[in-house]
Write a protein that binds this ligand. Structure first.
Ligand SMILES: [Zn+2]
Length: 220
């Protein structure tokens, strides 16, 4: 089957009662046509007055692109619900799929006979060939052009380079929005990292799942 909003909504309510004691607050649920993930829990991050960040503006999005067994879509929904539970409640974890995530996942798998994994792309169709998995810090720029296209650029973690890139790109007059994130997610290793004034056109929907846990750079 392919995911539908109605299915996701119904399953969210069901698993909320079954696995989360009904504690999850309602959250916008969507489906997308994404190719590179099965599900994602989105949020925004803002600085707190007393230091640190808080997450807000949550939504869960499930890809409807693939014809998958119902159980696999359900496992994806629960995976995103675990993220939502942890982030919504401000629970500290060691990483996006850290100790807390894994212990909740293991508990649900054990108690309810699920097969949830820490991957957002568990389907064979989505498995990509082995890539560089080293954790190296990068600055990721997400760019929206005035014609509606979007793109990504991987920059070295050097403030001056990031600033120069931003100024150069904005000066082109073709860019309506640019935002920066710092992350060591290995998925970004596949892109060339440089300060050159270029961009890789890519749907930002495909990129968001890999910015989980990234730090937005609000001031440069
Ligand atoms: Zn995840």
């Amino acid at each position: 089957m392919k995911a539908t909003v109605d299915f996701v909504r119904e399953r969210f309510d069901y698993f909320n009662r079954l696995c989360f004691e009904g504690k999850l607050e309602p959250v916008p649920l969507r489906v997308s046509n994404a190719r590179t993930y099965l599900g994602v829990c989105r949020y925004r991050k803002r600085r707190r007055l007393l230091g640190g960040y808080e997450m807000y503006g949550f939504s869960i999005c499930i890809s409807a692109r693939f014809d998958l067994p119902e159980a696999e879509i359900e496992d994806t929904v629960i995976h995103e619900m675990i993220h939502y539970y942890i982030w919504r409640n401000g629970i500290k974890d060691t990483s996006a799929h850290g100790k807390v995530f894994r212990s909740m996942m293991d508990e649900i798998n054990r108690t309810h006979g699920r097969h949830i994994t820490v991957s957002h792309r568990s389907s064979p169709q989505l498995r990509e060939q082995a890539v560089d998995t080293r954790r190296k810090p990068h600055v990721i720029a997400l760019i929206t052009f005035t014609d509606g296209r979007t793109g990504i650029k991987v920059l070295p973690c050097i403030r001056k380079s990031v600033k120069m890139y931003r100024n150069g790109v904005m000066a082109s007059g073709r860019v309506s929005r640019i935002s920066f994130y710092e992350t060591d997610e290995p998925w970004f290793n596949r892109f060339p990292c440089s300060s050159a004034l270029n961009v890789i056109y890519r749907d930002t929907q495909d990129v968001f799942p890999y910015l989980e846990g990234a730090t937005p750079l609000t001031s440069l």
